[in-house]
Design a protein around this ligand. Structure first.
Ligand code: NI
Length: 169
């Protein structure tokens, strides 16, 4: 397994629209293992292939504290949504930044597992947020896109400042 480098905003490659996986194979399973390792190493709860510069429709998530609920979705499609919730989101491509985003409370998602078997996942609350957030990445969308221009500008300024401080430390 390997920890892959994560693209950070405003890397233009984060705007790439990912292509469907044609047939899950051993190479895909290796890649998904690497995605889990990368996500866990960065203390994240979700990661989209886009973020490691692989433009295929694959995401991983694990909301547990002890890495016991790994979920990998290949070619995910939202079948149904219900309700709405506001949740404070972060993103491994925006280290140290958090913002409230409004999304569906519940989602029903159709996908393939890493062996190509069809599955339907019903998620609610934080896992539903995570799946929607990661699916956005596959369409080249990031969570700050949901913020008002003013809020986004403030947040990105903070990101800039953090980077300058990190660079001069
Ligand atoms: Ni993200």
């Amino acid at each position: 397994m390997a920890v892959l480098p994560i693209l950070e905003f405003p890397d233009p490659r984060l705007r790439t629209r990912a292509e469907p996986v044609v047939a899950p194979d051993a190479e895909l399973r290796q890649f998904v293992d690497d995605m889990f390792e990368t996500m866990y190493a960065a203390n994240g709860v979700g990661l989209a292939a886009t973020q490691v510069n692989v433009h295929r429709r694959v995401l991983v998530a694990d909301m547990s504290d002890d890495h016991q609920q790994p979920l990998a979705l290949v070619n995910p499609v939202i079948l149904e949504t219900e309700g709405s919730q506001v949740y404070q989101e972060g993103c491994l491509s925006f280290p140290g930044l958090y913002a409230d985003v409004t999304r569906a409370l519940k989602v029903r998602v159709k996908a393939l597992d890493v062996h190509g078997k069809e599955l339907v996942v019903e998620a609610e609350g934080p896992l539903a947020v995570c799946i929607q957030h990661e699916m956005d990445h596959l369409d080249g969308k990031v969570f700050v896109d949901y913020l008002s221009p003013l809020k986004r500008a403030l947040l990105l300024k903070r990101l800039d400042k953090q980077r300058r401080q990190a660079a001069s430390a």
